[in-house]
Design a protein around this ligand. Structure first.
Ligand code: NAD
Length: 459
């Protein structure tokens, strides 16, 4: 993608934005409906592309990539009128008789950058928020999930004028050009390393941004846990998308007393889900490309395999694999795994693992298996992480009533539902005073009683 084209595109989108069309709520609702209709009309093509990229079945493609997008769009259509209403708020007594209002304003031209692991959802979900809030958008899918990127380009660029919404293709170079432009907002989903580069570029123009990043998300199986449930939830959350999920349990911390039974249940759950040969199971995905296959293979070769471990480079297949025993300073505990390798560590002291997790970068998610209220409170209060679940995995992401996002190195800002609308809006506060009566004249330099009045009102 030529730099000159991108600069022209930005100019065209700025002009379109300032034409005022996107301020109209009916225009936004129409765009959201159009987006949903075009996805519906091309659903099979989208699912086919996701299959080509990740070997994901239509059923799983629909459940993990498309259903959430429809839900987000429907929810935005239903609520965007009330979300965008000018909100009258209270006015402090010392500003009497003025009135106070908060206007939710679109930023202008937004840039949405997506990764390859859920290539459709992670571009379309933020897009729904950007549209609802009245922005224009330049959309940059991941070049690694090339099939899905091509379909998204086709369906968006056919239905929407380029000065409103436009998909541009490219990798690091094109993205670098984009993030150096004077955009009005950047929404980035991807790795911590690239997130830092995006933030550094945005800082040069002081562009506000959201960073949805990754990290190592622990699952804690406490001594009172229901082990069958824990094993199923962890196996499902880890091996869906062949472990290439930002909120997958990266590793498990199991209480020493329950370790043997948990490992037995975990192996059973994997066998129940994927049979004796996961390679032959239609609902088991493949690794996205050779580079990631080699990266994971090197991790595997360096670790103690308890079960699984089979690979096939030509097919980019890696079997669901349990790594045990594992110590905190083993190589597999260094970086986010992002693949179907599940290290298991044991613990006997909850405070010790809380301290160890806190010493590391903040996880995007955390999962706790325990019905003990005191343990739940302790883990939630004493460990910083983006969000998570108790006696469950992954599903906290699907609720449009809860913000989704990281904290610290796992990201900043959040989205989903109304939070998406707020993320893509600037809250502009307006104090409206009367031109007839000016009690604040008391602050003028020639007035004597200012301090006296202030002390009387405020104390
Ligand atoms: P990535 O950071 O390599 O790429 C993300 C996007 O940035 C892509 O569109 C890519 O083209 C672009 N890019 C790549 N290198 C760049 C560079 N040097 N400069 C500018 N842009 C560049 O991430 P990925 O490999 O596509 O995705 C995996 C990562 O994303 C994992 O760390 C995962 O945890 C994270 N992730 C987070 C979430 C979340 O919601 N928090 C969701 C999915 C994935």
């Amino acid at each position: 993608m030529e730099k000159a084209f991108l600069e022209e595109l930005l100019k065209a989108q700025k002009n379109f934005f300032w034409s005022g069309k996107t301020r109209n709520i009916s225009f936004r609702i129409e765009a959201l409906n159009k987006l949903k209709d075009t996805i519906k009309a091309h659903e099979e093509e989208v699912l086919g592309a996701i299959y080509k990229d990740l070997r994901k079945t239509s059923m799983d493609g629909y459940a993990t990539e498309i259903a959430g997008v429809y839900d987000e769009i429907n929810y935005a259509i239903k609520n965007v009128r009330s979300w965008s209403k000018v909100q009258k708020v209270e006015t402090p007594v010392f500003l009497f008789p003025s009135k106070s209002y908060v206007h939710k304003e679109p930023f202008g031209v937004t840039l949405i950058i997506a990764p390859w692991n859920y290539p459709f959802q992670l571009l379309m979900l933020p897009l729904a928020g950007a549209i609802a809030a009245g922005n224009t958008a330049i959309l940059k899918p991941s070049e690694i999930s090339a099939n899905t990127a091509a379909v998204m380009e086709k369906i968006i660029n056919k239905v929407f004028p380029k000065e409103y919404l436009h998909v541009v293709q490219g990798g690091a170079n094109e993205t670098q050009t984009l993030i150096e432009m004077p955009l009005d907002y950047i929404f980035f989903t991807g790795s911590v390393a690239v997130g830092k580069a995006v933030m550094a570029a945005a800082a040069k123009n002081l562009i506000p941004l959201t960073l949805e990043l990754g990290g190592k998300s622990p699952a804690i199986v406490h001594k009172d846990a229901d082990l069958i449930l824990a094993a199923r939830k962890i196996a499902w959350g880890k091996f869906i998308n062949a472990g290439q999920t930002c909120i997958a349990p990266d590793y498990v911390l199991v209480h020493t007393n329950r370790k043997d039974d948990f490992l037995k249940e975990l192996k059973k759950a994997i066998r129940n889900f994927y049979g004796e040969d996961a390679a032959a199971h239609p609902r088991y995905c493949r690794i996205i490309n050779d580079r990631h296959f080699q990266r994971l293979n090197a991790m595997l070769n360096n670790a103690n395999t308890l079960s699984g471990g089979k690979t096939n480079a030509a097919d980019r297949y890696i079997e669901p694999t349990i790594i045990y025993p594992v110590q905190w300073d083993d190589p597999i505990m260094r970086d986010e795994i992002f693949g179907p390798l599940l290290p298991i560590l044991t613990y006997s002291d909850l405070d010790d693992i809380i301290r160890r997790i806190r010493e590391r970068p903040e996880p995007l998610s955390l999962y706790l298996f325990s019905d003990d209220q005191a343990v739940q409170t302790k883990v939630i209060d004493e460990i910083p992480f983006g969000g998570g679940a108790i006696n469950n995995t992954i599903f906290h992401i699907v609720s449009h009533f809860m913000p989704f996002g990281g904290v610290g190195t796992s990201g900043m800002g959040a989205y989903h539902g109304k939070v998406s609308f707020d993320t893509f809006s600037h809250a502009k506060s307006i104090l409206k005073s009367s031109s007839k009566f000016d009690p604040l004249a008391a602050v003028y330099p020639h007035k004597k009683f200012f301090m006296k009045i202030m002390r009387k009102i405020i104390g």
